[in-house]
Design a protein around this ligand. Structure first.
Ligand SMILES: Nc1ncnc2c1ncn2[C@@H]1O[C@H](COP(=O)(O)OP(=O)(O)O)[C@@H](O)[C@H]1O
Ligand SMILES: O=C(O)C1=C[C@@H](OP(=O)(O)O)[C@@H](O)[C@H](O)C1
Ligand SMILES: [Mg+2]
Length: 198
């Protein structure tokens, strides 16, 4: 079995052995929203966090794929990024209507002003920014089995420019910032729980 798959299995085991002990839900929020660049761990940590809290996990990319019946790379290839961004904004508005959810955003969500306003104005919603330097994020993405599936990572120079452009938006939206540099996913989960539940 590949190393990445082994990590997934061992995390799954850890989580299921802990599932009898749900963490208390955050009293102040009905929605925890994970933001950050590609590879920051929004999808991975979001799923673990939701399991821990006994909340529903919604990944915005998966939500778009479910609604359209197409994959994210397929949508980019067939209709272009601006079409994908419109689908993303509409999916965001819809998932923010749910309660007791952990939402993993796509890395590009905070670039759109309308999305930022929606996130800021939805009550009882806390945004958690998962931070790491660009080089570490790139390495993590390249280690994933679906490494080539992120359309906006194909050109690393452009990806670095996106990273630089987005950083201030991630920071501005964040109620909590969690530095993930050099941490394992499970350590990051603990760090997120510590800030969101305190
Ligand atoms: N500290 C960490 N926190 C979260 N994920 C990490 C960490 N270290 C390594 N990873 C790995 O990085 C990858 C993050 O991918 P993913 O969750 O899809 O990110 P995103 O949804 O933000 O693009 C996963 O393969 C995960 O196991
Ligand atoms: O940063 C981006 O522009 C994108 C990030 C991806 O999500 P992740 O951040 O979950 O990889 C996905 O929405 C799409 O490939 C575009
Ligand atoms: Mg993701």
């Amino acid at each position: 079995m590949a190393a990445a798959a082994l990590i997934e299995v061992s995390m799954e085991k850890t989580m299921s052995s802990q599932s009898a002990r749900l963490a208390p839900a955050p009293a102040a929020f009905d929605r925890l929203v994970l933001t950050g660049f590609m590879g920051s761990g929004k999808t991975t940590i979001g799923a673990l966090l939701a399991k821990h809290l006994g909340w529903t996990f919604l990944d915005l990319d998966h939500e778009i794929e479910r609604r359209t019946g197409q994959t994210v790379p397929g949508l980019f290839a067939q209709h272009g990024e601006s079409h994908f961004r419109r689908l993303e904004s509409s999916a965001l508005a819809s998932v923010l209507g749910r309660r007791h959810v952990v939402i993993a955003l796509g890395g590009g969500v905070p670039e759109e002003l309308g999305n930022r306003l929606l996130l800021e104005q939805t009550p009882r919603t806390a945004v958690v920014y998962l931070e790491a330097p660009f080089e570490e994020l790139l390495e993590r993405c390249l280690r994933q089995p679906n490494a080539t599936e992120r359309p906006n990572l194909a050109d690393t120079v452009l990806a670095a420019q996106r990273f630089a452009r987005r950083q201030r938006h991630y920071e501005h939206l964040a109620r909590f910032r969690v530095v993930t540099t050099g941490r394992t996913a499970l350590e990051t989960l603990d760090d997120v729980l510590a800030v969101a539940l305190r």
